[in-house]
Design a protein around this ligand. Structure first.
Ligand SMILES: [Zn+2]
Length: 314
């Protein structure tokens, strides 16, 4: 069993640079059961990390690592040692995907042994998997053979990454062919909000003001960095908006690229092209204004100038 798990770790860390193992004694000593033997020598201290005796800190750090694009595997020495990190597991790992409107994934694997006839003292023999089974957003796998252990562990480590792709309509992140927003019949398909990145969809959704659909460009135009229109999903936007064969009669395109040099250049390019290709479609840009709760005294002159130009009747 231990050889199968150790072999799986070696294979998965070699296969994907973003996979790392963290836990108490996993590095220098290779784990209390030797499941992580040889990993630190082979992959270094950054990918096989000895943590302090602090399970809550370990899982909390792993949540942050997930947000930064890593795929951590947390090794608990025994299942019952995981009680201090139940909050992170139940409240964060299991729910943040939904709390971020599907914008973030938590490809976290927690491996914890229990039973096995070790006859360890109290605090070593609990088998609280029933709690985890009832936790939304968490999957539980309990292997009983070496082959199951290796296969299930590898599947858990790989799962989220291989499942996530881009929505075929709007290029938002999704684990289906169309994202949940594009599938929602209550959304107004004739209103398209153009954003740079999938993460920009989240703040727009949080406003609860917007009920249209999105188009995610995958970045902003930046010739100096070699990012040209063909590197972004701009041609696909023109097909959605201006193709006479398109299933939807688009009414308005809201340009919500960032108020930066590259974001403004991207908005300008798209606006000019759309004016030529689809003159009947209204093209708008998010207004620039003063942050809520701030003072005029602290506003920069560009923001204040734009806020003045964009003033409206009250
Ligand atoms: Zn979509």
């Amino acid at each position: 069993m231990i050889e199968a798990i150790n072999d799986c770790f070696h294979t998965e860390l070699a296969r994907d640079d973003s996979v790392l193992v963290m836990g108490e004694d996993v590095g220098r000593s290779g784990g209390v059961f030797r499941a992580t033997a040889g990993l630190q020598e082979r992959f270094g201290v950054d990918r096989c990390v000895d943590t302090p005796l602090a399970e809550a800190g370990m899982l909390g750090a792993a949540v942050g690592l997930c947000m930064a694009g890593w795929r951590p595997i947390c090794e608990m020495q025994y299942d019952a040692f995981a009680y201090p990190c139940l909050d992170q597991l139940i409240t964060h790992v299991g729910r943040y995907h939904w709390r971020t409107g599907g914008g973030m994934e938590f490809p976290l694997v927690v491996r914890m042994p229990y039973g096995g006839g070790v006859r360890a003292p109290e605090l070593h023999d609990d088998s609280p998997e029933a709690y985890y089974v009832h936790t939304p957003g968490i999957k539980v796998a309990i292997p009983s053979t070496p082959a199951d252990a290796k296969g299930l562990l590898a599947a858990a480590i790989r799962e989220v990454k291989e499942k996530i792709g881009l929505c075929e309509v709007c290029f938002n992140l999704t684990d289906e062919t169309r994202c949940r927003i594009c599938q929602d019949p209550r959304r107004d398909e004739a209103l398209i909000c153009v954003v740079e990145e999938p993460s920009d969809v989240i703040p727009m959704e949080r406003t609860h003001e917007y009920h249209g659909v999105y188009h995610v460009l995958g970045g902003a135009l930046s010739p100096i960095d070699g990012i040209d229109p063909e590197d972004l999903k701009i041609a696909e936007l023109f097909v959605r908006v201006a193709d006479p064969g398109s299933a939807v009669d688009v009414r308005e395109v809201v340009l919500a690229t960032n108020p930066t040099t590259t974001g403004e250049a991207t908005a300008l390019h798209i606006a000019e092209e759309l004016r030529a290709r689809a003159p009947a479609v209204k093209v708008t840009r998010l207004a620039s204004g003063l942050p809520v709760g701030s003072d005029l005294e602290y506003a920069d002159e560009v923001t204040l100038g734009k806020a003045f130009a964009g003033r409206r009747a009250v």
